[in-house]
Write a protein that binds this ligand. Structure first.
Ligand code: BJ8
Length: 428
């Protein structure tokens, strides 16, 4: 019996459309081979993450079902503003539901406009086409009022499945902070109600510590990418950052730490994924969720290495830790609210911290150029690119703007532009 056959019963019980789901799973091995497995000189520690991808709808989903059988709940979220520590503290598991594939778009476009961000359409399409076992495992779905596309999409999603929406302020003013603190507190009440478990300062303290460990492991991995030559490809680092949204946290921390031990040895010996002369690129902008690996693959097959992701599937997710000093639930909620509000999403105005961070990473990671990446129809990031470009221009750091979707039609054109950009940097 093949691996997928083993899981068929589970997928059926979750109500997946098995035929459509098979189609989704059938495309991954080919692209994964080309993008990931064909890389030379990969760290051995990536084997675990390859295994996670093979088992992406298998083993992890089985673990979630076992957790549910024991009375645990699963919460799905679409944004790094949703505090997963609260879910964990109530005995739940939090999973990311953003989707990065074209499959399901046709279903999504029956209820959403075509001219909408592919991340939103893909997530909705996965639900409507019944192809996402993570979505179907959720006891609670959490949306948020970040961009307009998302906040209006939750109204549509709510017609299909109850969707709890966190109100994210637009400004980090005193009023905005007050609103956000009350939102985090209300979210805690809702999670307690849904799980039937009271959150205590001990359970919340443990959850804060656990998620901090995850962020620290990711930070360690990324610090190692500052070395020249970089010890790991951008594709591989991105994959680890993507898996962070699904995996069992203690296991993830262990595997990332083992990978980092290996990378530390590589750095000490001067071993890189490419040689020292390779152009170092930072990708800055909208998130890239599995299996959206298009841009890093193009960059890394055009003579450059991606050394940093200024994105929610990157620095924005792990940069800040939650203060572990709180000893009452109230003070811990405040610490959580403070930490989460430091996230510099382009949905905020003003969002100057993001410009500062981009400049900081450009220096720390010694980048030769920045690819400003925007998913199509994402106004907040598209508009903010103007400021990013100006700030980098003042430091004489070249920027290439790429706006794309999840399709492959523009791959050739993107490759030509990226190659010209890398060549231009080389001639500087
Ligand atoms: S904190 S970046 S995860 S909102 S790309 S859906 S913004 S139109 S994903 Fe995001 Fe939270 Fe912000 Fe991060 Fe809208 Fe733009 Fe689409 Fe986006």
């Amino acid at each position: 019996m093949s691996g997928n056959e083993q899981y068929c019963k589970m997928w059926e019980a979750l109500g997946l459309d098995l035929e459509a789901h098979d189609q989704l799973l059938s495309v991954i091995p080919t692209i994964y081979q080309d993008i990931y497995l064909d890389q030379e000189n990969r760290p051995q520690g990536m084997e675990y993450f390859d295994f996670v991808v093979v088992e992406i709808h298998g083993l992890r989903i089985k673990e979630l079902q076992e957790h549910k059988e024991k009375g645990g709940k699963v919460v799905g979220a679409f944004c790094v503003y949703v505090p997963e520590e609260i879910v964990l503290a109530a005995g739940g598991v939090c999973v990311g539901l953003c989707a990065g594939a074209e499959v399901g778009m046709a279903e999504a476009e029956k209820v959403l406009p075509r001219n909408l961000c592919p991340l939103i359409k893909s997530a909705m399409g996965f639900k409507l086409a019944k192809i996402c076992p993570y979505f179907e495992s959720c006891d609670m779905i959490v949306g948020e009022t970040t961009c307009d596309g998302k906040k209006k999409a939750w109204e549509v999603l709510n017609e299909i499945v109850p969707t709890y929406v966190m109100d994210i302020p637009q400004k980090k003013s005193a009023k905005g902070k007050e609103l956000w603190l009350s939102e985090v507190s209300q979210f805690k009440d809702e999670v307690e109600r849904m799980t039937g478990n009271k959150i205590t300062s001990d359970s919340l303290g443990d959850a804060i510590n656990l998620v901090n460990q995850k962020r620290k492991a990711l930070k360690r991995l990324n610090d190692l990418r500052k070395a020249d030559p970089a010890p790991i490809s951008g594709r591989d680092a991105l994959l680890v950052e993507q898996v962070a949204f699904y995996d069992n946290i203690p296991r993830f921390v262990e595997k990332v730490s083992a990978l980092c031990d290996e990378l530390e040895e590589r750095v000490a010996k001067g071993i890189g994924i490419t040689d020292e002369s390779t152009t170092r690129i930072m990708i800055s902008g909208t998130p890239m969720v599995i299996p959206n690996w298009k841009l890093p693959f193009i960059i890394e097959t055009s003579g450059a290495t991606v050394v940093c992701e200024e994105s929610c599937t990157g620095q924005r997710y792990f940069r800040n830790l939650v203060d572990e000093g709180g000893d009452t639930v109230e003070s811990q909620i405040k610490n959580l609210a403070d930490r989460y509000l430091e996230t510099d999403c382009a949905c905020f105005t003003p969002n100057n911290e993001r410009i500062d961070h981009v400049l900081e990473y450009a220096e720390d990671y010694d980048v030769d150029g920045v690819v400003a990446y925007t998913l199509q129809f994402c106004d907040p990031y598209a508009v903010e690119t103007h400021k990013i470009k100006n700030a980098l221009g003042k430091k004489d750091i070249p920027v290439l703007e790429i706006e794309t979707d999840y399709g492959q039609e523009d791959t050739g054109q993107m490759k030509t532009r990226v190659e010209a950009f890398v060549e231009m940097i080389g001639n500087k």
